[in-house]
Design a protein around this ligand. Structure first.
Ligand code: HEC
Ligand code: HEC
Length: 196
């Protein structure tokens, strides 16, 4: 049910006026351009999107639309962070699209080692038990550090970061619930396979 809009939008693009071959060529050149641009990102996110520093999230295998939206938000100032606001400030829409295509294209796998019954009920419909997104615009949470997840939930709760779905969800969470959800997803083991 919740996946329907994504399936529909794919169908519309593929069934639209652009010939499939052109779309494929476009996607390939976007990814090549993205790989070049990712040289600016790798010290913190790796070339494959596996985080290299604890405060940076994994971005390999995130939904393309999610990466695009976040980079645009950092650039336009609707999401702020001392490092990312600077990184994104000079990116064009084309560069953002290329970076999103590059990082979204890697293969992420997650393994839950704890009891799946302990996964946070309120979150699994969109973020999965294992932290791999089930809804197109939702990010993966698998294996992010608990500090990162905790910080983002508090940012939604205090209004520093705003989103139609996450703002009301975070508004009702206590510090203990935030901590528990952060610990759950941080405990999932992830691997990201670089896809050229
Ligand atoms: C100096 C380190 C650093 C560099 C370089 C850097 N980032 Fe980041 N990035 C971060 C940190 C830290 C965050 C977490 C921001 C926050 O807490 O809100 C982040 C967040 C992000 C996010 C949001 C992910 C999410 O799950 O919400 C995206 C997307 C992203 N970076 C992409 C990039 C891209 C693409 C580049 C290269 C053009 C890049 N970053 C370069 C440190 C970095
Ligand atoms: C109905 C779907 C839905 C539910 C339920 C949901 N989320 Fe989200 N979540 C989203 C979407 C969509 C985003 C992307 C927000 C954005 O674009 O800024 C998001 C973003 C996040 C982020 C930011 C991740 C990042 O990489 O920056 C965190 C953390 C998060 N959610 C945690 C949770 C937790 C914990 C719960 C349960 C208490 C939960 N979410 C429930 C849809 C959902």
């Amino acid at each position: 049910m919740i996946r329907l809009p994504h399936i529909l939008s794919c169908g519309l693009v593929l069934g639209g006026l652009v010939p499939a071959g052109d779309l494929l060529a476009q996607a390939t050149s976007d990814r090549e351009a993205g790989r070049q641009l990712a040289g600016q990102c790798r010290t913190c996110h790796g070339l494959d999107g596996l985080a290299q520093i604890p405060i940076a999230p994994h971005i390999g295998g995130e939904p393309e639309s999610y990466i695009r939206n976040q980079l645009t938000a950092f650039r336009d100032g609707t999401r702020e962070h001392e490092m990312m606001s600077i990184v994104a400030s000079s990116l064009t829409d084309e560069q953002i699209a290329a970076l999103a295509a590059w990082y979204a294209g890697h293969r992420i796998t997650a393994e839950v080692t704890a009891d799946p019954a302990d996964a946070p009920d309120l979150c699994v419909s969109c973020h999965g038990v294992d932290g791999l997104h089930l809804v197109e615009d939702a990010p993966n949470l698998a294996g992010e550090t608990n500090i990162y997840i905790d910080t983002q939930l508090k940012a939604f709760r205090n209004g520093k970061r705003v989103h139609d779905i996450m703002t009301p969800i975070a508004a009702d969470l206590t510090d203990a619930e935030i901590r528990a959800a952060a610990d759950w997803y941080a405990g999932v083991e992830v691997e990201i396979e670089l896809v050229e």
